[in-house]
Unconditional design. Structure first.
Length: 338
């Protein structure tokens, strides 16, 4: 009888320790985790961040509460500082464009190589291959863990001067860009690139400080009403804008394994949903812009070849900067995909 009592006492003690340990682990979780994005929550990009926050809370049974901070408000509108702040741990999560990561982590410029991706099918082949895993491995060197890939889309060109069908049509136009590789591309095509934070773009277009800009149609041009201040749209798919869902590595390692598993699940489901909605209405998007008075031009393969030839030196220069092994991995992943 005494043995039973002793065994029962030991088991009760162990149960108490386990329960206390679980409670202690739960206590280490923060009441709120901050997630930063560049854009408003109403965009496909922003909605993807909100979806991840919702699924993270649902899948972890309310243990992980993520609040989305849109429009780069946590960095005073300086969208380029977001990756740096996640690296340092000042911000926990980000759903960030590879464009905004690339000044700090050069390998992410692979997505911006001019005319690398011929189609969305080619994008999917690359992103769903080991090629993209190479970038996540690089991310870990900067104290961040990649959780998933979202999509802002192919970046198309708008302006207020003329339809763009040849490189010569771009000569002298003041085009807003964000990062050095885009500066080089625009200069190779004869344009005058102007680096500018997104928050200044609409007013600058309205006041004719700049002639044009480049951004995805469904992701940015339509929801931010660029059609109100721009006349011409050229669909040229010259650059693809991927989104990276990432978390500070120290924050990630603070989560128990079961929480990590559920957060990865939430990331996978949220980013698949985000990519799906970003591609909804791509065809209707051009019709919508036409209905708003924009002149929409779709370049033919022959016309695109002229732009590709003009920017080949930029491709070669930046492929070296990115790393030939990463570029080759992306090219190989897309081999045979049109």
């Amino acid at each position: 009888m005494r043995k039973v009592i002793l065994v029962g006492a030991v088991m009760l003690t162990l149960l108490t320790l386990v329960t206390s340990g679980a409670a202690l682990g739960a206590a280490k979780l923060k009441a709120e985790y901050k997630l930063t994005t560049n854009v408003a929550n109403e965009t496909a990009w922003g909605r993807g961040a909100v979806k991840f926050a919702e699924l993270a809370k649902e899948y972890t049974g309310g243990a992980v509460n993520i609040k989305v901070y849109p429009n780069a408000v946590l960095v005073g509108g300086d969208q380029m500082r977001q990756a740096e702040m996640v690296q340092s741990g000042a911000i926990d999560f980000m759903l960030n464009s590879t464009i905004n990561i690339s000044p700090m982590i050069g390998e992410f410029n692979v997505f911006a190589l001019p005319f690398l991706f011929p189609s969305y099918e080619a994008v999917d082949a690359a992103v769903n291959s080991p090629a993209s895993e190479k970038l996540f491995k690089v991310l870990e060197k900067y104290n961040m863990v990649g959780l998933g890939w979202g999509e802002n889309g192919f970046r198309e060109l708008t302006n207020n001067v003329r339809p763009i069908t040849t490189p010569d049509d771009l000569k002298g136009l003041k085009i807003r860009v964000t990062v050095p590789i885009y500066v080089d591309i625009m200069r190779a095509l004869g344009a005058n690139p102007i680096a500018m934070n997104w928050g200044e773009v609409f007013t600058s277009l309205q006041q004719r400080v700049i002639d044009g800009q480049e951004n995805p149609v469904v992701g940015i041009i339509i929801p931010t009403k660029i059609y109100e201040v721009q006349k011409y749209l050229t669909n040229w798919h010259y650059s693809y804008d991927a989104l990276v869902l990432a978390v500070n590595k120290n924050v990630w390692e603070s989560f128990p394994a079961d929480i990590q598993q559920q957060l990865r699940r939430a990331a996978t489901d949220a980013m698949k949903w985000q990519v799906d909605i970003s591609r909804q209405g791509l065809k209707e998007g051009n019709d919508f812009l036409s209905s708003k008075g924009m002149v929409v031009t779709d370049l033919t393969p022959q016309q695109l070849a002229a732009f590709r030839e003009k920017t080949k030196s930029v491709y070669d220069k930046w492929a070296e900067k990115v790393g030939p092994d990463i570029v080759k991995a992306f090219e190989d992943a897309m081999a045979g995909v049109k």
